[in-house]
Design a protein around this ligand. Structure first.
Ligand code: SF4
Ligand code: SF4
Length: 113
């Protein structure tokens, strides 16, 4: 089973980590301090002894494609970008948000009355 050590080797060391925080958020032992973010937002072991070596952090990392095929299958994905219900281009109005953000979701606008 792969662990956060493998994420360090496969993602962080090659400079592929974009600090989404997914590995920390979904860490099975995060409530026991296994993983944490450093002051720069980079995931790291908080208390390695608390890691139960479940492999979840490695599986869910977007830089690891382990779950891609299963996810596509479950969502009935089709090329080129999957099933699209609606598209929109949006931009945060707050310049400070734009400066600090990488990407992310915006709330879906309410349906037209
Ligand atoms: S899940 Fe996100 S924060 Fe964690 S190693 Fe992967 S890219 Fe970096
Ligand atoms: S407990 Fe699981 S999710 Fe958390 S660091 Fe260890 S292997 Fe990763």
């Amino acid at each position: 089973m792969k662990t956060f050590h493998d994420l360090i080797e496969d993602v962080q060391n090659p400079g592929l980590c974009h600090r989404c925080g997914g590995c920390v958020t979904f860490c099975t032992a995060v409530n026991y301090g296994a993983l944490e973010l450093d002051s720069d937002g980079k995931p790291r072991y908080g208390d390695e002894a608390k890691c139960i070596e479940c492999g979840l952090c490695h599986s869910i990392c977007p830089e690891i494609d382990e779950l891609d095929e299963e996810t596509k299958k479950r969502l009935a994905w089709s090329p080129p970008i999957g099933r699209v219900i609606e598209t929109a281009v949006m931009r945060a109005a707050d310049g400070e948000v734009r400066r600090r953000a990488t990407d992310g979701g915006l709330p879906r606008p309410p349906p037209a009355q």
